[in-house]
Unconditional design. Structure first.
Length: 113
């Protein structure tokens, strides 16, 4: 495995919460470093992950999380997640937002976070 595989992501809206599941990932699967304009929680349901956070000042923090567990990623912090075991499952969960990044109570179809 090259560690850079792609998978189909299915996203869900539940009330005013947006859920992005990453399910049954193989060991070594990498969710490339990226950042958002808002805080979000990641819940590890199965397996384990290695998380690399790069703060705005360039400081790097790395930590492993084993299910059941969760962690918070602050807004504007680059984060990369690597599955450490086969069948790792984690979900990114955050408040619904509009295209300006403001929290909203109803999904309007815009979802490019």
């Amino acid at each position: 495995m090259d560690g850079q595989s792609t998978c189909k992501i299915t996203e869900f809206v539940s009330g005013n919460i947006f859920i992005r599941p990453n399910a049954l990932l193989p060991k070594g699967y990498v969710t490339q470093g990226h950042k958002h304009k808002f805080d979000h929680t990641t819940i590890v349901f199965q397996g384990s992950v290695h998380v690399k956070l790069t703060n705005e000042d360039g400081t790097v923090i790395e930590k492993d999380f084993t299910a059941p567990s969760h962690f918070l990623t602050r807004a504007n912090i680059e984060h990369e997640i690597v599955a450490l075991e086969d069948d790792t499952t984690y979900w990114c969960v955050f408040s619904l937002r509009n295209s300006d990044g403001e929290v909203v109570q109803e999904f309007d179809g815009w979802h490019e976070y």
